[in-house]
Design a binder for this molecule. Structure first.
Ligand code: NAP
Length: 318
């Protein structure tokens, strides 16, 4: 008899139920059991764990794991908590997640391009003052990260007529038909992209190389009056350095969905800063149904071929 799949996580009861139901529907041929329901013999035999913020102590009690399937796209916590010889980590690569994130990038890019923060402030002062219009074709969006999410965002921005520049670790083209302001790599490439972008969108993974990347120096290299959207991870941005640039009037606005500490503490100055929009980590939610379909395809391929799906490069961290 085939060992069950372990479901490990620290989600609330509603989220757990939604993911378990979606996984059961997407792969009825498998048994998916939460960690506490696994017998000692099953714990010894489990080959696949599907995880959402798992407790490392529970992962450690599954000695036969061949791979760990994350239900999130960002896996920095799993990578950090993984033993050097731990099982491969497979992150979620889901076209529905990419679509949702690209939609959020377009929505908040429009928010900035159409000057909504300024009109909101003017309304608070009952101020009737039209501002000059800047079209998408006159607006360059700099994308940090051209992976699954960055590429989908580039395509969506391009369809809306924005000029797009991209930065990645290795050279990556923008999708066809996207009005391109160039693609860049390396530190020199980053400086060029920062100087080009009217709106900078961060979609990088959090790794040793990207932690604190957006610090005073990099934020200082941004075009004066530009705006920032961080939909990746809070620790990529140095919050104090951002506040200093905003307070100096050198950056116009920041839309932040992710923070070093989540939920964002009530005492954080970001909550009440007039040039900051705070979102509660909602730009790219995992859909249980579509994620379960992706997981089911990975599981079936593994059962048929014994091949572990493409996994995170532990040295690179993503
Ligand atoms: P991905 O496919 O792995 O793409 C990552 C991109 O970043 C790649 O283009 C990669 O370059 C580039 N990159 C990585 N390290 C770099 C470095 N040191 N310098 C320059 N470029 C670098 O990841 P993804 O699926 O697009 O997801 C990106 C991140 O979004 C996730 O890690 C997660 O943290 C975040 N996320 C947030 C939410 C939310 O709700 N806020 C939801 C989902 C995901 P190469 O192309 O050369 O490899």
């Amino acid at each position: 008899m085939r060992a069950p799949i372990a479901f490990l996580g620290t989600l609330d009861a509603g989220e757990t139920a939604a993911f378990r139901a979606a996984l059961a529907a997407a792969m009825p041929e498998e048994t998916v059991l939460p960690f506490p329901d696994l017998s000692p013999a099953q714990r010894a035999a489990v080959e696949i764990a599907v995880v959402a913020n798992p407790l490392p102590a529970e992962v450690a009690q599954l000695p036969a794991l061949a791979w760990i399937q994350s239900l999130w796209a960002g896996v920095e916590r799993l990578v950090r908590e993984r033993d050097a010889d731990g099982p491969p980590i497979v992150r979620l690569v889901d076209p529905e997640l990419a679509r949702t994130m690209a939609e959020a990038v377009l929505a908040w890019t429009y928010y900035l391009q159409r000057d909504m923060p300024a009109y909101r402030a003017q309304q608070a002062d009952a101020l009737w003052r039209p501002r000059p219009y800047r079209s998408p074709a006159e607006t360059t969006v700099g994308l940090l990260g051209l992976g699954a999410l960055g590429t989908a965002a580039a395509a969506r921005l391009g369809q809306a007529g924005f000029r797009v520049a991209g930065w990645s670790r290795t050279p990556r083209p923008l999708p066809a038909d996207v009005p391109s302001a160039g693609t860049f790599t390396g530190e020199a490439g980053l400086s060029r992209l920062l100087a080009l972008g009217d709106i900078l969108v961060c979609l990088l993974p959090l790794t040793a190389a990207t932690r604190g990347l957006l610090d005073a120096r990099r934020l200082g290299a941004m075009k004066p009056g530009a705006a920032l959207i961080n939909f990746a991870r809070g620790a990529i941005l140095v919050e104090a350095d951002l506040l200093a640039r905003l307070d100096a009037g050198l950056l116009a606005h920041a839309v932040l969905d992710v923070f070093e500490t989540e939920p964002l503490p009530a005492a954080s100055p970001l909550w009440r800063h007039p040039a900051v929009t705070v979102l509660p980590h909602i730009s790219g939610p995992t859909s249980p149904r579509s994620a379960a379909r992706v997981v089911a395809a990975n599981v079936r391929a593994f059962r048929e071929t014994g091949q572990v799906p493409a996994a995170v490069d532990a040295a690179r961290g993503y």
